[in-house]
Design a protein around this ligand. Structure first.
Ligand SMILES: Cc1cc2nc3c(=O)[nH]c(=O)nc-3n(C[C@H](O)[C@H](O)[C@H](O)COP(=O)(O)OP(=O)(O)OC[C@H]3O[C@@H](n4cnc5c(N)ncnc54)[C@H](O)[C@@H]3O)c2cc1C
Length: 366
């Protein structure tokens, strides 16, 4: 890619992953962001979970997520080596718990769907699940063990990504438009570039006409918890559960901390944490893991998932000289490695590992 000047709008997990890989490939990279790592990437739970996130009708997303998950160990070890700090990958796996008979029926349906797709899922009765994870409560009736679904400490990841972007220029400014040849800033100035990459998460739609109407923010609230000395230790694996039909998850960080998430609302760009959201999360999580009552609450936060109508990301050319890497919805951490590979390939003019039709982009709009 030689001396290409690339300007990336947005310094979340997607923008930083692309910036790192582009700079590594020889590009002269600038990230434009008033507050890098302040968006959904900082708030997220950190699951790398294409299988336990699978929904019937989202087979292309499952395939894309699985391909990105296969890249994760290499991505994390390269990042850890380059940054000189741990990139936060956790390989303990995932269990999914069902609390009542309707939850169990739903989980059985998910297991059947995954088996039809040739995916390995291990259905277990409640006592077997408790043997794996003694923190689970007596009301857990049944569940699944999915050792291949992993997690990452999203904040450790972002710190490591910032560290490896030492050759990247950062411009602390808000962009208002992505054009061929430049990024326009709200103060009227511009950052010149040969290629512009729109990676501003839920805010991307305002930056290029071809993205208008293709992305919407979906709010999610998260509770960060810490085991106090008197509390039962956290689970070793990510615990996902259905509690009277409501999904909830607990992602261990390996240091006694636990991330509890997440609510889901269509609420525009609102990121205030609500009493109702936190109450629902705590109530449901305590049913799954009763020992949670002894944990300390360290932080409440909310973020915006950048969601597309088909839940697939938009990765591709919007017009010559302007690329999109956005719309990763509930899977931006999972999809970061494959997105960065795709953007490097697109900037080079090489074949992308993400066929445009498998990445939410049909090239027809705009
Ligand atoms: C509650 C919650 C839980 C989640 N859990 C998971 C999970 O477990 N696993 C998973 O894979 N994904 C998860 N996600 C989804 C994931 O967080 C997102 O898909 C991902 O963070 C999107 O990354 P991004 O870099 O595109 O956007 P963001 O992280 O939102 O970053 C966007 C960046 O763009 C900047 N920006 C915005 N507007 C402008 C502008 N005009 N000019 C310049 N810069 C701008 C912002 O300052 C920000 O730094 C979760 C999301 C939420 C909200």
């Amino acid at each position: 890619m030689g001396e290409s000047r690339v300007a990336v709008i947005g310094g979340g997990v997607i923008g930083l992953s692309c910036a790192w890989r582009l700079a590594d490939d020889g590009a002269d990279v600038t990230v434009v962001d008033p507050e890098p790592a302040s968006g959904a990437s900082w708030v997220a739970g950190g699951m790398l979970a294409p299988v336990t996130e699978a929904w019937p009708g989202e087979e292309r997303l499952l395939e894309l997520g699985s391909r990105s998950l296969r890249r994760w160990p290499g991505f994390a070890s390269r990042l850890t080596a380059a940054a000189g700090m741990d990139a936060g990958l956790q390989t303990g796996g995932t269990v999914v718990a069902a609390m009542d008979s309707a939850d169990r029926a739903e989980l059985d349906g998910l297991a059947a769907h995954l088996r039809r797709l040739g995916r390995d899922v291990n259905a277990l009765p409640g006592r077997e699940l408790r043997r794996l994870e003694p923190a689970l409560g007596p009301n857990v009736r049944a569940g699944l063990a999915v050792p291949g679904d992993l997690s990452v400490d999203n904040r450790a990841l972002l710190v490591a990504l910032r560290a490896v972007c030492d050759r990247v220029k950062f411009v602390a400014a808000k962009a208002c438009a992505a054009r061929p040849g430049s990024v326009e800033l709200v103060d009227g100035s511009a950052v010149d570039a040969d290629v512009v990459v729109v990676a501003a998460g839920a805010w991307s739609a305002a930056l290029h006409p071809a993205l208008a109407g293709r992305l919407r923010p979906v709010k999610g609230e998260i509770v960060r918890l810490r085991a106090r000395p008197s509390a039962l230790p956290p689970p070793a694996r990510t615990v996902r559960a259905l509690v009277s039909g409501r999904p909830v998850y607990l992602v261990p960080r390996g240091d006694g901390r636990l991330v509890l998430g997440a609510t889901q609302y269509e609420a525009g760009f609102d990121i205030e944490v609500t009493v109702g959201g936190v109450r629902d999360l705590l109530r449901d999580a305590e049913q799954v893991m009763p020992g949670l009552a002894e944990y300390a609450i360290e932080e409440l936060s909310a973020g915006l998932r950048p969601v597309t109508p088909d839940n697939l990301p938009v990765i591709g050319e919007l017009e010559p000289g302007v690329l999109a890497a956005t719309g990763h919805g509930r899977n931006g951490l999972l999809l970061a490695p494959i997105t960065a590979d795709a953007v490097v390939a697109l900037v080079r003019g090489a074949a992308s590992p993400v066929p445009t039709e498998a990445a939410g982009w049909d090239g027809a709009a705009g």
